[in-house]
Write a protein that binds this ligand. Structure first.
Ligand code: 3HC
Length: 330
């Protein structure tokens, strides 16, 4: 049994890599056994039941996988269970509009594929894939993976859903770097079609192929990327969001007009300030601070004063009821 106190702590033959002409990241170092195809991923352990973790667990269950969703307490898991149920009800309403009973059955069957547990180590003992979606702290993630590494079968693949940290650094706490990668999902997970599959230098071909197949089994469109800050989407998205804040800070346009401009002029579903509030200003602040510390000469990663002030005031976006906009019910 993985004691709750430890769970609480985690919450708080080399070859050069070659990019193929088609641009996909393929063919890095092959470790022993990497040429052997891995069994398909059927049983998934998702660690962390926040918005991302519960969304990942939901979609894995919807696509027929057996899921163990892990968090620090039954109370937290019960919130996740309710969130998943209500999201599944939204999916069912659309999918089974003509047959409400089939919708009810769909929700029940899908939820039935998810086991909720506080025991991360025990869950890791019986799965093909671990997806970690806990707090964005390298040390905490390393500690978790180092514990799981001792318990999980050697065939189990480990992945992190980190949005900005180095997968290589996280994987360094394990002895299975050839079976380690990144699976970066997007919020809301049941709706967003993309999955970024990240390979580090040591990720074996067999692991990478298994992750790409898993992404397709999850009915996501997969893209691959090396372990570079922000991968593809956040590397472009976060500087764009910061630049929108700088435009506002200079008094050149209002948040509302910038949002309208990007929705109607660039076809984005949300403007940058709506998206900042949706993602969470705390998350954006954390990403910018981490990157600017690692790459102080890159002006694209410079933190913005306005976001820092809002976070300091507890206005971190939708989840707190206020960010650039107010979401308080009047
Ligand atoms: N579960 C299930 N279905 C959901 C859902 C959920 N949690 N949230 C929304 N939906 C469904 C709705 O049921 C609806 O389905 P329908 O069209 O068949 O009726 C559809 O999605 C649209 O939802 P809404 O009508 O409630 O609202 P909108 O049309 O305004 O869409 C949105 C909401 C999908 C969030 C859309 O605004 C959008 O795509 N925004 C951009 C989100 C984005 O950019 N996400 C990426 C953030 S970056 C990230 O995640 C990376 C991280 O590392 C920081």
């Amino acid at each position: 049994m993985f004691p709750l106190t430890r769970c609480s702590r985690w919450l708080l033959s080399r070859q050069p890599q070659v990019i193929s002409a088609a641009g996909s990241v393929r063919g890095p170092r092959k470790l022993s056994g990497s040429a052997v195809a891995m069994a398909p991923i059927e049983r998934v352990t998702v660690i962390g039941s926040g918005l991302m973790g519960s969304g990942i667990a939901q979609v894995a269950a919807q696509t027929g996988h057996g899921v163990q969703l892990v968090d620090v307490s039954q109370d937290v898991l019960s919130v996740a269970s309710k969130r998943i149920e209500s999201s599944l009800a939204r999916v069912a309403k659309k999918k089974f509009a003509e047959d409400p009973q089939a919708g009810v059955d769909f929700v029940k069957t899908t939820l039935g594929r998810i086991q909720f547990t506080v025991d991360a180590v025990e869950a890791a003992k019986s799965c093909d894939l671990v997806i970690e979606a806990i707090v964005e702290n390298v040390g905490v993630k390393q500690k978790l993976f180092s514990e799981l590494d001792k318990a999980a079968p050697s065939s189990t693949i480990f992945t992190s859903n980190t949005s900005s940290l180095s997968i290589t650094e996280i994987a360094s706490s394990t002895d299975r770097r050839d079976r380690f990668g990144g699976l970066h999902f997007f919020n809301p997970v049941p709706v967003m079609k993309l999955l970024e599959v990240i390979r580090i230098d040591e990720t074996s071909d067999a692991t990478f192929d298994a992750l790409m197949k898993f992404g397709k089994a999850m009915k996501k469109t997969t893209v691959s990327c090396k372990d570079t800050p922000g991968f593809i989407v956040n590397r472009l998205l976060v500087p764009y969001l910061a630049e929108a804040v700088r435009l506002l800070e200079r008094g050149e346009a209002s948040a509302q007009d910038i949002d309208t401009a990007m929705k109607l002029g660039a076809g984005h579903p949300m403007g940058p300030f709506e998206l900042l509030d949706y993602v969470g200003l705390d998350t954006t602040k954390f990403i910018l601070e981490g990157w600017s510390e690692r790459f102080p000469d890159n002006p694209l990663f410079k933190p913005t004063e306005h976001v820092n002030q809002l976070v300091e005031a507890g206005k971190i976006g939708m989840k707190s009821g206020e960010g650039f906009y107010s979401y308080k019910k009047s």
